[in-house]
Design a protein around this ligand. Structure first.
Ligand SMILES: [Fe+2]
Length: 373
């Protein structure tokens, strides 16, 4: 009896296997199971609606492509056809994009159906950006929506040298979004460079200079006009820099940033920042980064109010060495990636990992930006 009970299930199984009906039932169930597993895998791996593409301007550093370029997949069943589709996709994938940003330093979105500032605003909102007001920055910008403004109103023939956004103030954005609303006929790229590569190159060539930077640190000096002066790349007036018309309020905001100030007889405001580090360690990656705006201040912070050679110094007042600055400019250009803007492009930059700049261009050009944490 016991023997019969034990063998009965095996016997039944053999019978079922030999039955054509149960054979097809089992095979169908197995196929459905495989399909289900593939659907789950594709969802967890990101999604099939967007794919990585290669563009000619990209570079490879340490086996990592820079920047990573993503584009809607034309072969996807559920294609991204509208700005709303793009925003929904970004919202569902923001965690995955953050991981990619940390790994690559910058992510470029090409071919997404984004047409204007409103689409761009919705796109950055979908990412979950926590917008940061542009307090303390030097560029003249025009606010377009609550989160979006023009990248820099400086004249087309004036290049903007490499910098980390707002590295000269204690509260700076961790992420930057740029959007191409109007692509220029020529030039006007927003080149990007990985800062840890700049640090490595400078350390190898100028170890004493790096040691001095780490020990003494730096200070930035800038003379701000009262009202915005769009003829200068650093022409932002003190009123719009500190978002007030009240001198006492501007002084309070200077002090909050550790910046010392002096009112000049012509109504301008001279500011000297706190002593700031020029090199940082990115605790997320353990990499040392060239986190400063030295070359931007050295080359670009000069206009009718700001004489050359004074904008950035060591904390003891020593100027930056001219020969090293000249070479630094070359190193930055060698490592730079210059992507030619196309209408609708979006570039997401990790401001702790990458510097950016602006090339000269011919009009028209309209690049919008959004800064955040
Ligand atoms: Fe910038």
């Amino acid at each position: 009896m016991l023997l019969k009970t034990f063998f009965f299930p095996c016997y039944l199984n053999i019978l079922l296997d030999q039955s054509p009906f149960f054979f097809y039932l089992k095979r169908t169930a197995r196929t459905l199971g495989i399909c289900l597993a593939l659907i789950i895998m594709s969802n967890s791996a990101g999604d099939s609606r967007v794919k990585e593409i290669r563009i000619s301007e990209q570079k490879d550093f340490d086996d990592l492509v820079f920047p990573l370029v993503l584009s809607p997949n034309p072969e996807a069943g559920d294609k991204i056809k509208t700005a709303e589709d793009a925003c929904k996709w970004l919202k569902s994938q923001s965690g995955s994009i953050q991981e990619k940003l940390l790994k690559h330093g910058a992510v470029f979105f090409r071919g997404f159906p984004l047409n204007d500032a409103q689409d761009f605003d919705k796109f950055v909102t979908s990412y979950g950006i926590n917008p940061l007001p542009y307090v303390g920055g030097a560029a003249v910008r025009n606010q377009i929506t609550s989160k979006v403004f023009t990248a820099n109103e400086a004249p087309p023939d004036k290049p903007i040298p490499f910098h980390h956004e707002m590295a000269q103030v204690p509260t700076y954005p961790s992420i930057l979004f740029f959007f191409c609303d109007v692509a220029p006929p020529s030039g006007g790229q927003t080149p990007i460079v990985l800062s840890n590569l700049v640090y490595k190159a400078m350390l190898e060539k100028y170890p004493q200079f790096i040691a001095d930077l780490e020990q003494k640190k730096i200070q930035y000096t800038r003379i701000l006009p009262e009202a915005d002066d769009p003829s200068s790349a650093i022409g932002r007036g003190w009123k719009s820099t500190f978002l007030t018309n009240d001198k006492a309020e501007a002084e309070k905001k200077c002090l909050e940033q550790g910046t010392s100030f002096e009112w000049l007889p012509n109504g301008c405001l001279k500011t000297v920042t706190a002593v700031l580090p020029a090199i940082k360690e990115d605790i997320r990656t353990g990499k040392k980064v060239w986190f400063n705006s030295i070359i931007a201040a050295y080359l670009g912070w000069r206009d009718s109010r700001n004489p050359p050679g004074k904008a950035v110094t060591f904390s003891d007042g020593t100027p930056m060495p001219d020969a090293i600055m000249e070479d630094l400019e070359k190193i930055l250009d060698q490592l730079a990636v210059d992507v030619t803007w196309e209408k609708g492009d979006v570039m997401l930059v990790d401001n702790n990992q990458a510097l950016h700049a602006r090339r000269t261009f011919t009009l028209p050009r309209r690049i919008l930006a959004s800064l955040g944490k």
